[in-house]
Every structure is written in structure tokens, then in C-alpha cells.
Design a binder for this molecule. Structure first.
Ligand SMILES: [Zn+2]
Ligand SMILES: [Zn+2]
Length: 339
């Protein structure tokens, strides 16, 4: 089979590889669509210590089960599926608390083991979620990033029904957070980015309130947009010093900052101010099984779609797609690759 292999920082090759053979509880999946995740751009640049070359990345995928390792899993044969790539042990204290996304032994397909930037991939049957045959594969491949966004957004809005919400970052995760916030009943949602083309794209898909992070005066723009009700929730899908700092300043007293973007680690914030204003600062990582299933259900119901903000490219040209992403030459919110 052909595979897009990450061999070194900023180096990917289109290689011939053996088709993987499913063992024990695994299934062999013929890949139909696989999204490029923001974290994979960092991985491609060599900024992520978990990803070790040579590696077949790809953890946002949809495909068809073509083989199973054990006859007892035969009922999965020929099913259209998406894969929940977060593998957990089910035994540790965190798993027992239901926090499987924080499992001490968590492993992600496409990071710790070969992923879906290839014609075929294997995954344990426990990770498979069936979808209708008629569901568009590109849409189905959004299940994973939507699950991340959905978990972050619903936790951020838990204490703030009908909140005004600001989202930093108009990449895949930011866009999906903004769409989810609307579904969850946000009064108004404003999306902030530094790329004017992306902001134009946001408007075209109904995210009408936008701001340019550098050109617009953010505090003025939020006052214009939200009036005296202000902002109760900020979701930061970028994660840099300026976005985190701006988020704290924009929030109403008692508001919630949800961090999902992993831009940088150490950040200087006015913690005494957050104490006196009772500003809550949260983080969100991956998803529970329920979050993943909810994401799949939203896609099946057509409440969130791929239309207007994603683009499809051939997997064989995946290397160029990564290069374009790094160069900032991609306007769409997500590239989905097709073998
Ligand atoms: Zn991801
Ligand atoms: Zn565990």
C-alpha cells in the first residue's frame, strides 16, 4: 500500500509499505478520508516529542472495515466506521473515574502507533464507531476534532447558558467550537483570527461576528457586538500569550476562559485580577466516549457539516498540504486527505 510517512522535521515521503495485518481484537480499515489536525503541523515541524519518525500520522479518519483479526468480530466486516483514536487502559484510577481521556497509559492512533495517512490502517474494534453508509466520509472524518471542540465548549458554557461567546482562532478546532456554541444556545458568537481570508470564510458560513486580532481594537469590537451584556465565555483555540491575556481582559466578572489551543506553555497572566473577578480558567483535552458519540450524532443529523470551511486534497499530495499549512497559505479551516 501507499503511505504518507513523516521521516524528519519538515520531511514527508510517499512510500510503499506493507499493508498492516489485523491482530487479535484489531480491524483492518480501508481509509476513505483523513483530516489533518493542527497538532500534526507541530508534529511535522518536529516540535512534538511524542511523535517519533518514521511515523504514519493521521488520527481523524473514516473508512470501511475490510478484515478482522478474530472471527468473533466478524459482525464489523464491511461496516462504515469512524475511529475514536484515543486508546485507554480502563483500569487506572483516572479511567475508573470516567476520565478516560486522562488515562495514565493513553495512546493515540497516529501518534503512538501508525495512523491513517495511508491506504489502510488497523485499530482495535473497541475504538470503532459505526456510521451510516450514506454519510459523507469527509464529514464523518470531522468526528474527532468535533469531539474535542464539543467537550471544551459544553464545559465552558455549563455555568453560562445563552452566553455571549468569543472564540480565538479560526482553524478547525476554533470553527467547530464556534459552531457548537451556537448549537448549545449561545446568544452571540464572535470569532477572532489574524488571517483576513479566514475571517471572510467565517462570515460565509454564518459566523457573522468576526474580529481581526491585530487590526481591530478587540475591546471596542466586543462592546459593539455584545453591548452591556459583555462576554461570559472565551474559548481560546490558539493558546498564545496575547490571546490568553486578551481573553482574561475581555471576560465579565465570573466568566470562564476555556483553554484548548496548545500554542505555548508558560504564559504570564494577572492571577490576582482573576481572583478578584472570580474568572474561572479551565483546560480541555480530547474527549470522553460520550463526547465522541455526541459528535458522531451531530454529524449524522447534519447539524454540523463540512460545507464551506473544509477542502479535499489527494493523500498523495499530503506533503505539499503540510508545507502549505506551515507557510500559512491555507484559507480553509481544515484539509481532508483522500487516498
Ligand atoms: Zn487532533
Ligand atoms: Zn487508564
Amino acid at each position: 500500500m501507499k503511505a504518507l510517512v513523516w521521516n524528519a522535521a519538515e520531511q514527508m515521503d510517499w512510500e510503499e509499505r506493507d499493508r498492516p495485518a489485523p491482530q487479535g481484537n484489531e480491524a483492518l480499515i480501508r481509509i476513505e478520508a483523513v483530516g489533518i489536525c493542527g497538532s500534526e503541523i507541530e508534529g511535522y515541524l518536529g516540535h512534538n516529542s511524542l511523535r517519533k519518525p518514521p511515523l504514519i500520522m493521521g488520527h481523524e479518519f473514516c473508512g470501511i472495515v475490510e478484515e478482522v483479526g478474530d472471527v468473533k468480530n466478524e459482525s464489523w466486516m464491511n461496516k462504515k466506521i469512524v475511529v475514536n483514536p484515543l486508546l485507554f487502559c480502563g483500569q487506572c484510577d483516572r479511567c475508573k473515574k470516567g476520565l478516560t481521556q486522562l488515562c495514565e497509559q493513553r495512546k493515540i492512533i497516529g501518534i503512538h502507533q501508525p495512523g491513517a495517512f495511508a491506504d489502510w490502517a488497523v485499530a482495535p474494534v473497541e475504538a470503532l464507531v459505526e456510521v451510516p453508509v450514506g454519510l459523507n466520509s469527509v464529514r464523518a472524518a470531522l468526528a474527532e476534532p468535533l469531539a474535542c471542540s464539543l467537550r471544551a465548549t459544553r464545559r465552558a458554557m455549563e455555568r453560562h447558558p445563552f452566553a455571549n461567546v468569543v472564540v480565538f482562532g479560526a482553524g478547525g478546532i476554533g470553527l467547530l467550537c464556534a459552531m457548537t456554541a451556537k448549537l448549545l444556545g449561545a446568544a452571540k458568537v464572535m470569532i477572532v483570527d489574524t488571517n483576513p481570508e479566514r475571517l471572510k470564510m467565517c462570515k460565509s458560513i454564518g459566523l457573522t461576528h468576526t474580529a481581526h486580532a491585530r487590526e481591530d481594537r478587540l475591546e471596542e469590537r466586543t462592546r459593539e457586538t455584545f453591548g452591556s451584556k459583555g462576554v461570559d465565555v472565551v474559548i481560546d483555540a490558539a493558546g498564545f500569550q496575547p490571546t490568553r491575556e486578551a481573553a482574561v481582559k475581555l471576560l465579565n466578572a465570573g466568566g470562564t476562559l476555556m483553554n484548548i489551543g496548545l500554542g505555548i506553555d508558560e504564559t504570564l497572566l494577572p492571577i490576582n485580577y482573576t481572583i478578584r473577578q472570580e474568572i474561572e480558567i479551565l483546560g480541555s483535552f480530547c474527549y470522553s466516549r460520550q463526547d465522541f458519540q455526541d459528535a458522531v450524532d451531530l454529524l449524522i443529523a447534519g447539524k454540523i457539516t463540512e460545507t464551506g470551511w473544509t477542502e479535499i486534497r489527494p493523500l498523495a499530495e499530503g506533503f505539499q498540504a503540510f508545507a502549505h499549512l506551515v507557510a500559512g497559505e491555507v484559507t480553509s479551516g481544515k484539509i481532508v486527505l483522500k487516498p
